[in-house]
Design a protein around this ligand. Sequence first.
Ligand code: NAP
Length: 270
Amino acid sequence: MKAQVAGETDELKKQGITPGLAVVIVGDDPASRVYVNNKKKACELVGFKSEEYALPAETSQEELLELVKKLNEKKDINGILVQLPLPKHLDEKEIIEAIDPIKDVDAFHAVNVGKIMIGDYDFLPCTPAGVMEMLAYYDIPVSGKNCVVIGRSNIVGKPMAMLLLHKNGTVTICHSKTQNLKEISAQADILVAAVGIPKFVTADMVKDGAVVIDVGMDRDENGKLCGDVDFENVKDKTSYITPVPGGVGPMTIATLMKNTLKACRLQNNC
Ligand code: NAP
């Protein structure tokens, strides 16, 4: 995906157009710092212009809104990404709604969320879209399959379920109030874990031959990066399984590059 974006970017540059992504990070959350650095590196790799705005944790709502407004107006910036979570005193919803929907390369703005709901969209949220890319790349059929998504956040679980539904999956969404979660997940042909609890999905929750997608980015008891799936004990039951690290994380970033390129094309009518 990155090679494809890089190739198209080269062509655009010949017309004097360089896609630009602005990444805004507030505070010093170490995980967010890592994500932002990875996004910057990916921009360099595909030939985008990238701007980073690293703001102190005590930044006010007004200051952040002012920056978003400035970035909305900047002609050389096609995509704006505000790294979440924001510090507690800031109103995430208001900040996201302040981003011009055509620059909302995360697809978190209500306009873009609504478009996804009706299946007529410019951008898809990066993590679920990256998962769909993987399924398509490996020719894994979704139509008619039992798809179970554990997690219902606005950024992963809900859009993930919607994209599987658009591909004609029979989708069940589970969450912290779900009863009989084990029984439900064990019926899944495609199981997506987006819970945020290390090794939450155990072997008894997985059907033989299932496709298991691990969205989780968690830390185990030794502080090591791991997923929501107990990979070692689950892997032999599956037909496909994504690792952590690897798997969904890099696909998320590749999709961000693709979305930024699309935003650039839309803004330049090219
Ligand atoms: P989130 O907003 O905290 O949502 C977690 C979801 O899991 C909620 O819907 C919650 O249910 C559900 N849940 C919690 N405990 C549960 C339980 N015991 N049984 C069933 N469901 C339970 O998290 P998120 O933002 O969606 O992220 C989920 C994970 O993905 C995290 O590890 C995050 O770091 C990772 N992530 C990775 C990427 C990537 O690029 N790879 C991108 C984004 C997120 P309720 O709604 O009922 O509370």
